[in-house]
Design a protein around this ligand. Structure first.
Ligand SMILES: *[C@@H]1O[C@H](CO)[C@@H](O)[C@H](O)[C@H]1NC(C)=O
Ligand SMILES: *[C@@H]1O[C@H](CO)[C@@H](O)[C@H](O)[C@H]1NC(C)=O
Length: 173
């Protein structure tokens, strides 16, 4: 059978083109972004949302939930992340997702389990009122995960931040 990510890659490709079009209209210089990272973070976030929000997030990414049910979308991301992680002799690619959650948020255990299983994502508690410490905590985490190559990725955030969705990429080829 075809790998599970085949069900989501056409939608991610159109999402990339739509987003590129929008970013290009707002920017005059070169544009460098990772549509897979953005789509992955939002799909992961949808697992923690309720009522109409998961559908709105996934439809916003361009998925047609009649054609691709929610469960297939998440399995697709799981298989995509797994495939990107496979060792290759020509290049080194490491992609990861994490959540930093304000201390007042109490995520359900089921959510934490499922984002770890499907997205390989880890959740950390953060105190956004103590912005200097939290910025250091997040930047240090990204620096370690990217073998020291990405330093000081997060410059600032506001004190009313509740959550930071993080996606990092290390690429060497
Ligand atoms: C979603 O897919 C179904 C089945 O292919 C189709 O009938 C429907 O029009 C699609 N919805 C949108 C918004 O494209
Ligand atoms: C968060 O940081 C603020 C500012 O340093 C501190 O006053 C507060 O006690 C901290 N909250 C927790 C739950 O650690």
């Amino acid at each position: 059978p075809a790998p599970a990510y085949h069900k989501i890659t056409p939608t991610i490709t159109s999402f990339a083109l739509r987003l590129y079009k929008q970013l290009a209209a707002e920017t005059s210089g070169n544009i460098f972004f990772s549509p897979v990272s953005i789509a992955t973070s939002l799909a992961l976030l949808s697992l923690g949302a309720q009522a109409d929000t998961p559908t709105q997030i996934l439809e916003g990414l361009g998925f047609n939930l009649t054609e691709t049910p929610e469960a297939d979308i998440h399995r697709g991301f799981q298989s995509l992340i797994h495939t990107l992680d496979l060792p290759s002799p020509k290049l080194e690619l490491k992609v990861g997702n994490s959540l930093f959650l304000g201390k007042q948020l109490k995520p359900q255990q089921h959510f934490l389990d499922i984002v770890r299983e499907l997205y390989g994502a880890f959740a950390f508690s953060a105190n956004f009122t103590d912005s200097a410490t939290t910025r250091r905590q997040i930047n240090e985490y990204v620096r370690k995960q990217t073998y020291g190559q990405v330093a000081d990725c997060l410059q600032e955030f506001t004190q009313d931040t509740l959550m930071i969705l993080l996606n990092y990429i290390f690429f060497k080829g």
